[in-house]
Design a protein around this ligand. Structure first.
Ligand SMILES: [Zn+2]
Length: 430
């Protein structure tokens, strides 16, 4: 049924042009078996940035880069005093990622602005597309750099401090990587980690931020829908836990005398899973275990593990987290072991703005497409931008829900549809 709608639709945007850009950008940083790898300010990220800048130049969209390396294109409004509309996402990837995560949203922004230009639309307010620096955090284990600089959520001084201490696998600090990128010259010359405060926008400079992103889940696929409206983005809490017992000889110490840290963690894992299941909404993951001394004939004396808990409801997430922490402490105590829980980071959920949701709904109605709202379990730049302005997101169906993987895929039809909905949403918000 949908394919009929798409074939009969008179689209404003040029789906073929967008798709060609997407496939061309996807070649940068791609290898036989490694998918697409463009981590912040590495050689392929620089190449991708140049590709995007060139695209913006060709479309006459007055590109520029800010101090944080965020790349912008724009159509100036007749009234520059009016708060602007910002559309965007990111072009960096995880290691061995796909062609769609981030890149699709940025290129859709370019396509929307390009289409507006071709149609001679002269908006009252300025409309911009942005490609944020480092959404994924793959190289330096520090994510959302560009959107954090733009929205000023943690302040420029804290961000500078964080970037000074973030290093990659080769010991290069974030600041050093930014400074060497600025040596590329041209648009890159403005990158300056010492002046990050200049990248920050004021609240009255933006009316809304809109992001289109692949869903990275299977909801739209299961509903047979190409696009959906994001109702909000789940917040999360991340923690590190250490369980300490006693290492000992695997042959000489009887079962009753043992203080095995790993069997305690085994009990913790099952408890965490049960608590999250019973919460009816929270998701909890233990993705990293470090067993010490890590020898086949030694009873594990210490285990460090991570916890990642997310939920669209902040209250429910806090409840889940409290139950998990209590249960870990109880399990350790019952086994005569000690435990230390260190919360690392906590981010609140962000709800999409009703103004943007209504504009997306109206856009979908115009093309007679079903409206479906769904929350985002993954974090996005929009979550950070939510601290600065009204945000809204459109999800595009992901094949088999796969992402952060070379097999990541969204169909041509769905990408074109997503872009058309973005175009109509943007024009409404102008
Ligand atoms: Zn992304």
């Amino acid at each position: 049924m949908e394919s009929n709608i798409i074939q009969n639709m008179d689209f404003n945007v040029n789906g073929n042009r967008l798709w060609n850009d997407l496939m061309a950008l996807g070649k940068i940083g791609s290898g036989e078996d490694r998918g697409v790898t463009r981590t912040s300010f590495d050689q392929d990220d620089i190449k991708a940035r140049k590709f995007l800048l060139n695209l913006l130049e060709q479309a006459d969209l007055d590109p520029y880069m800010d101090e944080a390396g965020n790349i912008f294109g724009q159509i100036y409004g007749k009234n520059p005093e009016m708060p602007a509309i910002l559309i965007g996402s990111h072009i960096d990837t995880v290691n061995s990622g796909g062609r769609f995560d981030g890149a699709m949203g940025v290129l859709m922004g370019v396509e929307v602005l390009r289409t507006m230009k071709e149609k001679g639309i002269k908006p009252d307010r300025t409309v911009k597309v942005v490609s944020f620096t480092d959404e994924e955090g793959a190289r330096f284990d520090y994510a959302f750099v560009g959107s954090t600089a733009l929205s000023g959520t943690i302040g420029a001084e804290k961000l500078k401090k964080d970037l000074a201490s973030a290093v990659d696998g080769n010991g290069i600090s974030y600041l050093e990587a930014m400074k060497s990128a600025s040596l590329e010259g041209g648009y890159f010359s403005r990158i300056n980690p010492d002046l990050l405060e200049q990248a920050q926008l004021r609240k009255n400079e933006l009316k809304a931020y809109i992001e289109v992103h692949i869903e990275q889940g299977k909801v739209l696929e299961s509903k047979n829908l190409g696009v959906g409206i994001v109702s909000g983005i789940s917040g999360g809490e991340w923690a590190e836990v250490t369980i300490s017992g006693e290492a000992g000889h695997a042959g000489t110490i009887g079962m009753a005398e043992r203080k095995d840290a790993l069997t305690a963690v085994g009990e913790c894992l099952l408890a965490i899973e049960k608590i999250a299941r019973e919460s009816n909404g929270s998701v909890a993951t233990v993705g990293k275990l470090d067993v010490k001394p890590g020898s086949g004939n030694v009873i594990p004396g210490r285990v460090d593990f991570t916890i990642d808990v997310r939920d669209i409801s902040d209250k429910r997430r806090e409840n889940t987290i409290t139950k998990i922490y209590d249960s870990i402490r109880e399990i350790a105590a019952n086994r005569g072991l000690s435990c230390v829980i260190r919360p690392v980071q906590s981010v609140s959920s962000v709800m999409s703005s009703s103004m943007v949701i209504e504009a997306i709904q109206a856009a979908l109605q115009e093309i007679d497409y079903p409206i479906h709202e769904l929350p985002s379990g993954a974090a996005h730049d929009a979550m950070v931008m939510g601290e600065l302005t009204e945000i809204g997101m459109i999800f595009v169906r992901s094949r088999d829900g796969i992402s952060h993987h070379p097999e990541e895929w969204s169909s041509f039809e769905d990408v074109a549809l997503g872009c058309e909905v973005l175009y109509r949403t943007t024009v409404r918000l102008l």
